[in-house]
Design a protein around this ligand. Structure first.
Ligand SMILES: O=C(O)CCC(=O)C(=O)O
Length: 249
């Protein structure tokens, strides 16, 4: 599925490989942001999440989101997919999770953590996340903080390596990333990250992808469960462009 990657996107891929996080700026135009926000807010009302409660993080996931065309299109956006595919060295990455997140202010933010599985090392670069931001964040509200390079400590390419602990993660030296509406954050799930307190609405559309080869034991179990679930969903419910990423076999 992957096509030739631009020099700009190749530079981004190298940044994400090295630091664990990189931002593609201004993927969406102001009109496109408006269209996605409208569907995002409507989906929350339709799916029972309401207009947002201060202090609450609302997450929605699964195929119900695919009924909203502007939002669903992001999960298989050609430029995003080309970057994901290059990151994973996987021609047709598998989309594990399609999701949205909405934090209604004032929200305390998110504690320091990894999305790797604690106690387990994983083969390098088997998973990749993306998040299309619909609101600006900055160092006063909602910045995503992270410790550059810490994803590498979760990889099993060094026989002497021990999996990092939560104590290690808490002691990291975090720096802010400040995506604006229309930007895409690419994050290697294992990188240590957190979110500072949120003073303005913070919404984004996100997905997590994996390779189709050897992954960690825990990831393999999670994937098997998701694949079994997904077999029950009629293929016609899935937008055509997303199907190659959605289907396992
Ligand atoms: O909201 C964010 O930007 C990151 C949330 C987070 O830490 C996570 O989903 O693992």
């Amino acid at each position: 599925m992957a096509s030739e990657i631009s020099v700009e996107d190749q530079v981004l891929v190298e940044t994400v490989r090295k630091n664990g996080i990189g931002i593609l700026r201004n993927l969406l135009s102001p009109e496109e942001i408006k269209a996605v926000r409208k569907e995002f807010d409507q989906a929350h009302l339709d799916l029972g999440k309401g207009p947002g409660t201060p202090g609450v993080r609302d997450s929605m996931s699964g195929e119900a989101l695919l009924a909203y065309p502007n939002m669903a299109a992001l999960y298989s956006h050609p430029r995003i997919m080309n970057i994901i595919s290059t990151m994973l060295s996987e021609p047709t990455p598998w989309v594990w999770v399609v999701k949205t997140n909405r934090y209604t202010p004032e929200h305390i933010g998110v504690q320091k953590h990894t999305d790797g599985f604690l106690g387990e090392l994983a083969p390098p670069f088997t998973r990749q996340a993306m998040a299309v931001f619909l609101d600006d964040v900055d160092e006063e509200s909602g910045a995503l903080t992270y410790v550059p390079g810490t994803h590498l400590m979760h990889f099993n390419d060094n026989p002497n390596r021990l999996p990092p602990t939560q104590e290690d993660i808490d002691a990291g030296d975090y720096i802010p990333a400040t995506p604006k509406a229309g930007d895409v954050v690419f994050r290697v799930p294992e990188v240590w990250h957190a979110v500072i307190p949120i003073r303005r609405m913070r919404r984004y559309v996100t997905a997590s992808y994996s390779i189709r080869g050897q992954v960690s034991e825990t990831m393999s179990e999670r994937m098997s469960q998701a694949i079994a679930q997904r077999k029950k969903i009629p293929r016609d419910n899935i937008p055509e462009r997303l199907q190659p990423y959605w289907i396992w076999d």
